[in-house]
Design a protein around this ligand. Sequence first.
Ligand code: ADP
Length: 163
Amino acid sequence: MSIAVCPGSFDPITFGHLDIVRRAARLFEVVVVGVARNASKSALLTPDERIEVVRGALAEDPDLAAVRVEPVPGLLVEFCRQVGASAVVKGLRGGADFDGEHPMALMNRHLSGVETVFLPAEQRYAHVASSLVKDIARYGGPIDDLVPPAAAEAVRAAVAHRA
Ligand code: ADP
């Protein structure tokens, strides 16, 4: 059985992330979305909120109902071993993403043999980043065409109560 992990912080999940998960689900028999718990200090949503929002977003898409969502408590390669994944799937928006991802892909293969599959970002989402979504929301701007409804709601609530 071919199993892949789509990892990230998903603070919040965006339509760009969802596109990568959808495409990974066409390539692999089982896809597990791994939500990193070691969020940076700038995380807006708590780890539990991020997981809940990812689950809500996947539930809105019938093609993604079978995709599992789990926290990644430590090293990604250890998580891959636990779920039996032979590959990590990551989206690349451009050269900057590649520069960041390339050493991680090499290191993960060094550590465990797990391969990384890079998918080029869908053009219409290539400018979409969680950090920009949060910036827009903090200034009261529109985010509904960038993130799924569950994410927009959670971000707006967090910005209103935690800003
Ligand atoms: P991290 O927090 O690890 O920097 P994210 O959680 O934002 O990463 O994203 C996880 C993965 O999704 C990364 O591989 C990133 O390149 C990819 N990604 C983020 N935004 C998009 C997008 N709009 N289109 C395609 N891939 C994306």
